[in-house]
Write a protein that binds this ligand. Structure first.
Ligand SMILES: Cc1cc2nc3c(=O)[nH]c(=O)nc-3n(C[C@H](O)[C@H](O)[C@H](O)COP(=O)(O)O)c2cc1C
Length: 377
């Protein structure tokens, strides 16, 4: 079973992750992880913190001579900002920020300084999850599985252009400061972020994630917690500030007749049994159905406002402005990269469950045996 734990605070010494269950024999280098960490850090709308951090992972265990040895992988990402905080006199935070873990966390753990909550609740933790996702992507690529994402909305600006996951499109998305495919919408999105910054406000948006070449039958309808749609939704919803997850047509299904929601089955040349459309987003009955998995995640606007909302100072009991922390104005592009990587973890976990194998060689043998078996239907 593939599983992980992370630890580390936003301004602590480092983030750490232990990832277990990756089969032996997978080629893995720190650069594979650093590539993903770098992608997470860019994007229009980020704050100063991302200029300080140049995230790099160290592989502390689980790899010998560039290959995994089935032992738990220990990953370490140092926080460069930690040095700056060592000599700093940091006053306690006492006015909880609406939209954050601040109030509930302080009451729950009986803290007197809200910083004890925000240090761990912060999305800095997602760097560790991206590092884990990077390893999982490496495993998935052995099976020709690739995961993509793009921004489809920032504020009220939407990019509804279709995408074909073609390399040319991917290059455009990766080079866009907001990770948007359409150039005109990109400019509009940038303007929205600038306007929010100028008025001391923040903006959210929607990212779309696609996973291609997924074999039929990952996940299962057998129990509630084995369903792939539920598992992917949990993975995405657990990213800080994600408030809704959609699969395929998503919330639109509620208003459409069945004939416009379900995907007809036919014999497609070169593929065998397949669907003529992909409105289900690649998942039916809690299992992958062989089509591209298409997910969307909606991110709320960043909760730390430079023009802070009203709160109560927990020390004085009086009305106060919420505390202001150094902060992003919009982190939707970064959320897309994080989303790809949490999806990678969940898909790698489902692949490992389905095909097992202590070594990559064994896992591949099982995979090929299965794909041959289903091709005979
Ligand atoms: C990539 C990323 C960056 C974020 N940056 C900030 C930030 O700079 N300031 C902030 O207040 N919230 C930021 N957030 C959102 C908060 O971490 C999140 O809203 C908060 O922890 C409360 O969790 P919840 O929104 O899931 O309830 C960020 C989220 C993500 C995914």
């Amino acid at each position: 079973m593939i599983r992980f734990l992370t630890s580390g605070e936003s301004h602590g010494k480092a983030l750490m992750a232990i990832l277990e269950g990756i089969p032996a024999g997978l080629e893995l280098q720190e650069e594979d992880i650093n590539l993903e960490l770098g992608r997470r850090q860019v994007g229009y709308g980020r704050g100063q913190r991302m200029q300080i951090e140049k995230d790099r992972a160290q592989i502390m265990s689980g790899v010998r001579h560039g290959l995994t040895i089935a032992a738990p992988l220990g990953l370490l990402i140092e926080n460069r900002d930690w040095e700056n905080w060592q000599n700093k006199k940091v006053p306690p935070v006492t006015a909880p920020r609406p939209g954050h873990a601040d109030l509930a966390g302080t009451l729950k753990y009986a803290f007197s300084d809200i910083r004890d909550v925000l240090e761990r609740a912060s999305a800095r933790e997602t760097a560790a999850r991206v590092a884990i996702g990077a390893v999982c992507r490496k495993l998935l690529r052995e099976f020709n599985i690739n995961i993509y994402s793009r921004t489809v909305q920032i504020g009220k600006i939407m990019d509804s252009s279709p995408w074909r996951l073609a390399p040319k499109e991917w290059a455009k998305i990766e080079n866009s400061p907001v990770r948007c495919l359409d150039k005109d919408e990109e400019n509009r999105m940038i303007k929205v972020i600038d306007q929010a910054r100028a008025s001391g406000d923040t903006v959210g948006g929607i990212v779309e994630i696609a996973a291609a070449n997924i074999p039929v039958g990952l996940g299962s309808y057998i129990q509630w917690d084995t369903k792939l749609d539920g598992r992917l939704a949990q993975a995405l919803m657990s990213i800080q500030a994600i408030k809704a997850v959609e699969i395929g047509l998503g919330i639109k299904v509620a208003g459409l007749p069945g004939s416009q929601v379900h995907d007809e089955i036919s014999l497609v040349k070169g593929r065998g049994l397949a669907h003529t459309t992909n409105r289900a987003g690649g998942i039916e009955g809690g299992m992958s159905n062989g089509e591209i998995i298409v997910l969307r995640a909606s991110m709320k606007p960043i909760a730390t406002l430079m023009k802070p909302l009203h709160s109560i100072d927990l020390k004085t009991g009086k009305t106060a402005k919420a505390s202001v922390e150094r902060s992003d104005v919009c982190a939707v592009p970064a959320a897309g990269v994080i989303a790809e990587n949490v999806v990678a973890f969940e898909l790698a976990r489902a692949m490992q469950e389905k095909f097992g194998g202590d070594s990559l060689r064994e896992m591949k043998r099982n995979y090929h045996g299965y794909t041959e078996q289903i091709s005979k239907y």
